[in-house]
Design a protein around this ligand. Structure first.
Ligand SMILES: *Cc1c(COP(=O)(O)O)cnc(C)c1O
Length: 329
């Protein structure tokens, strides 16, 4: 990899990779591996830790004292940003979508433990609204640093470009080859980073994002946004590389009843992986992506001698906010 941008250590890396032997056997192939970014360590782990390493390093360099971001009520990104702010000795301001519940649970409970200051509105904040909040903080003599939803900007995207290098070293050590990487894709930094990383390490497998929800505020199609993110992240690394929407594979077949609505697909995935492997999926992202992968396997989209890597992106705290929906079968 060409150029190491400074990073603020937040994640326990490398995260483990291992085989899901019981599950692969139960399904009758293909070989399924898992990469455990649910174990990145930052306040119950998840994929935002890798992105925030680059973003928070930039905030520190710019002399910021407050991280400002936005997300859903159970945002994993907001929870990990709040924890990162504590580690960096900064304040954190979160704009959350929805109505403040009387008793905070899951990620929201953790936001409180990390002493994030919360504000509420019907939808997550637009770029403009975050900038207005930053402006009001400046008037109070703070030095805010705005992080977009999901930390999906050029710097955040670097996290998954470097993660591909990490994966390559692990695959060499295990003497394994990967045909498909499958994971939950939503604000795009993860997929854009993997795609850029694939270019840099010469990865020949296919990178398939399972879309979790359509974001309202995209400039263009999701694939166009991914291409821009990969391009911009490459530029930060000092590499000129154009990406086009065709460079990205995104599956939209598993959007179900909408964002954070647990259905049969998510429920079965959570139960199956727990029973076969003792591994927990989250109800919003990874269960939808894993359920999608199971459906693709069962409908014979992969051959038995292929190898799939499921990249677990975290989300653990939200599991405890959907117990009834997951319990009821
Ligand atoms: C944010 C998130 C994703 C999606 O990653 P993007 O980079 O936003 O596409 C997937 N899984 C979990 C658990 C997340 O919190």
């Amino acid at each position: 990899m060409p150029y190491l941008k400074s990073r603020f250590p937040l994640a326990f890396l490398p995260t483990p990779v291992h085989e899901l032997k019981n599950l692969s056997k139960a399904l009758g192939g293909p070989k399924i591996l898992i990469k455990r970014d649910d174990q990145t360590g930052l306040a119950f782990g998840g994929n935002k830790a890798r992105k925030l390493e680059f973003v928070v390093a930039d905030a520190i360099q710019k002399g910021a004292d407050t991280l400002v971001t936005t997300g859903a009520i159970q945002s994993n990104h907001c929870r990990q940003t709040a924890a990162a702010a504590c580690m960096a000795g900064m304040r954190c301001e979160l704009v959350l979508a929805g109505k403040e519940p009387e008793i905070p649970q899951g990620n929201l409970f953790l936001d409180h433990l990390f002493k994030a200051r919360l504000s509420w509105q019907t939808a997550s904040a637009t770029e403009k609204e975050l900038e207005q909040l930053a402006e009001s903080l400046r008037r109070e003599n703070h030095k805010p640093y705005v992080i977009p939803i999901g930390a999906s900007n050029a710097l955040g995207t670097l996290g998954y470009a470097y993660a591909m290098q990490e994966l390559k070293e692990q695959m060499q050590a295990l003497q394994l080859n990967i045909d498909y990487i499958i994971f939950a894709s939503c604000s795009g930094g993860t997929q854009a980073g993997m795609r850029l990383g694939a270019e840099l390490i010469n990865f020949k497998g296919k990178i398939l994002g399972i879309n979790i929800a359509k974001l309202d505020q995209l400039n263009g199609t999701y694939e166009e946004c991914l291409a821009t993110l990969s391009h911009d992240a490459a530029k930060v690394m000092g590499i000129q590389k154009q990406f086009t929407p065709k460079d990205f594979s995104v599956n939209y077949d598993y959007l179900g009843q909408g964002y954070a609505i647990v259905g049969a697909l998510e429920r079965e995935a959570i139960h199956l992986l727990a029973e076969k492997e003792g591994i927990l999926l989250d109800p919003v992202y990874t269960s939808r992506a894993f359920g999608g992968m199971l459906d693709l396997i069962r409908s014979k989209q992969f051959s038995k001698n292929e190898t799939i890597l499921f990249w677990h992106t975290g989300g653990t705290p939200a599991l405890f906010t959907h117990i009834e929906k997951i319990w009821n079968e």
